[in-house]
Design a protein around this ligand. Structure first.
Ligand code: NAD
Length: 567
């Protein structure tokens, strides 16, 4: 195993790899799954790791066949009882080892993500490495107390002599399907929560970023996690569908709305529980009292970081009329100064899009908006910085946009910032909510109370006041959407609890006393029940007192009757 870089040579799955040389491509082919089973019949489907800045083929893999997915799930299932039995404290210690392994490999990991996903090196360190380290540290530190059983005091007198407890149990095997835009931190954060809760995992990374997914397996090995606890299957949509239809106990999916809906329909067939982290069209509201210099810097970053390929990207801005011209001008000036280039260039701020398909969507949104009357204030074309062949698009600011345009309604997922002038904040909130999405939003104002008030009126899973996007990196912040942006939550305590099922355990302390509500119904039992209802819930004190007296008088006889054998 290579020790200086996270490379393909370092990603062999303990005991279960079926790596094969792949003639005709430049990369080795490495495959998780199927090592103990006869080699599956290959469909010939390939997964390519490309450098999106240069289009250089970094590696090529056979997409995992269904049998390999099933084998990985079976391995995860076998490893599950021992992993669960370690208890929260034991699992937390492994999470710390995973964190330490990641820290040791931070530079390799950042370089790998930059190579494979194209993002600037600084963003790889910040949004991939640092965010993942923080998730691991947070879950290892707080997970054991979050997972402690809770006692449930009973308010109703009838059940006062019972001891109730909530226990948080792992599901068993969690399937994780990931996208390409944060190819390491998204699956790593979800995997950390799944493991902390006592589950084992089968991860299918995006077909565009297989190496980032495999790096998670390498790190698990380096942290000496028991075999079978972390499994990675490389593949495409067909591989993903095989995982959805396998014997996993819950699925955490991150990706587009279209795929999420398809998966949810499949999952419904067997009531497979899911968490769906889907797309967004996050609105930004700029109030008249905003610090425009701060707001424009924040919004330009929120729109263009990761070349706009973030589910939480600032995808549409509503700025009130009084400050619209100045705010727009500042955005345009700051956007023009952004440096587009390959992520390896330390000065580059905007890398390429992941693939040609994404570039085409961005071009279509901009062209359609321009044809419908929008003004392209800056940007609006493909670029080839330094003659590179990759999928670069110039950061683009649009004005004169409206909700009739797709660029204001559909997820663009690229470096495009459309700015719409509105008459006031009320109109801004109405337009912000006029969307099928509801992932996140941001509000810019000097009046923090106003910011919070507006935040409450927005239909989205999170809202940031005077910042955007960074809630993704706050380990304590739940992440997830309203409306078409998804179901359930990841990150934070809430995301950890998503990886558990709640069991209620009730222990009756009156071990010899039959219950007043058991069979043996007759008129006297009926009267007793009426007294009981009166005693507990009658609005007036007098009726309650009467009920209480009746209850005290009839209960002993009822208990004696219940104890007598029935004829
Ligand atoms: P995608 O839906 O095309 O693919 C996501 C993953 O699903 C990939 O691993 C893919 O192989 C797999 N897949 C595709 N079809 C499948 C099927 N039928 N069954 C099972 N798996 C299948 O999404 P993408 O283009 O890779 O990612 C971009 C999208 O992800 C954007 O919409 C973005 O907003 C969203 N996203 C959301 C979040 C969030 O937390 N809400 C985070 C990142 C990205």
């Amino acid at each position: 195993m290579s020790t200086d870089r996270l490379t393909l040579g370092a990603v062999e799955h303990a005991g279960r790899e079926s790596a094969s040389a792949d003639s005709g491509t430049s990369g080795a082919s490495s495959q998780m799954g199927g090592g103990h089973n006869p080699a599956p019949v290959r469909s010939g489907r390939k997964v390519q790791s490309l450098n999106p800045a240069t289009c250089e083929l970094l590696a090529q893999f056979d997409a995992a066949e269904s049998e390999e997915v099933l084998a990985a799930v079976a391995d995860a299932r076998r490893a599950a009882p021992a992993w669960r039995n370690l208890g929260p404290g034991g699992r937390a210690r492994y999470l710390v080892r995973l964190k330490d392994a990641l820290f040791r490999r931070r530079h390799d990991l950042a370089a790998l993500v930059t190579r494979e996903a194209g993002k600037p090196r600084l963003e790889s360190l910040l949004a991939e490495v640092l965010v993942a380290l923080d998730s691991l540290a947070y879950l290892a530190g707080h997970g054991p107390s979050f997972l402690e059983a809770e006692s449930v005091p009973h308010q109703n007198l009838a059940v006062r002599f019972k001891r109730g407890r909530l226990e948080y149990e792992p599901y068993g095997v969690i399937g994780i399907i990931s996208p390409s835009n944060y190819p390491f931190s998204i699956p790593m954060g979800q995997l950390a929560a799944a493991l902390m809760a006592g589950n084992t995992v089968v991860l299918k990374p995006s077909e565009f970023t297989p190496q980032a997914g495999l790096a998670i397996h390498t790190l698990a090995e380096e942290a000496d996690l028991p075999p079978g606890v972390v499994n990675v299957v490389i593949g495409d949509a067909v591989t993903g569908a095989a995982l959805v239809n396998s014997a996993i106990d819950k699925l955490v999916f991150t990706g587009s709305v279209a795929t999420g809906k398809r998966i949810q329909a499949e999952a419904a067939e067997r009531l497979l529980p899911t968490v769906l982290e889907l797309g967004g069209k996050d609105p930004v509201i700029v109030c008249a009292d905003a610090d425009l210099d701060l707001a424009s810097s924040g919004v330009v970053w929120g729109a263009f970081t990761n070349a706009g390929q973030a589910c939480l990207s600032a995808e549409r801005v509503y700025v009130v009329r009084e400050v619209a011209e100045r705010f727009t001008q500042l955005c345009v000036e700051k956007t023009r100064r952004l440096r587009v280039g390959p992520g390896e260039d330390p000065d580059a701020e905007i890398g390429p899009l992941i693939r040609e398909r994404q570039l085409k969507i961005v071009e279509d949104h901009v062209a359609e908006a321009a044809a419908a009357g929008a003004t392209v204030l800056t940007g609006g074309r493909r670029l080839n910085p330094g003659g590179l062949a990759g999928f670069f698009y110039e950061p683009t600011v649009l004005s004169g946009v409206h909700h009739g345009m797709r660029v204001m309604r559909e997820e663009t997922f690229g470096p495009v910032l459309p700015i719409m002038t509105v008459s006031d904040e009320t109109e801004a909130v109405r337009l912000a909510n006029e969307s099928q999405f509801g992932l996140s939003a941001s509000i810019w104002t000097r009046d923090l109370d106003r910011g919070e008030r507006l935040a409450r009126s927005l239909e989205s899973g999170s809202v940031m006041v005077n910042d955007c996007l960074s809630s993704f990196g706050i380990a304590e912040a739940p992440h997830g959407g309203y409306k078409m942006s998804g179901l359930g939550r990841t990150h934070s305590r809430v995301g950890l609890m998503e990886m558990t099922r709640v069991k209620y355990i009730d222990v009756d302390l009156l071990t010899k006393v039959p219950k007043l509500w058991w069979f043996g119904y007759d008129t006297r039992a009926g009267r007793l029940m009426e007294d009981f209802v009166d005693f507990l819930f009658a609005p007036g004190l007098w009726l309650r007192l009467l009920g209480g007296l009746g209850l005290a008088a009839r209960a002993p006889g009822r208990i004696r009757a219940l104890r007598r054998p029935r004829e």
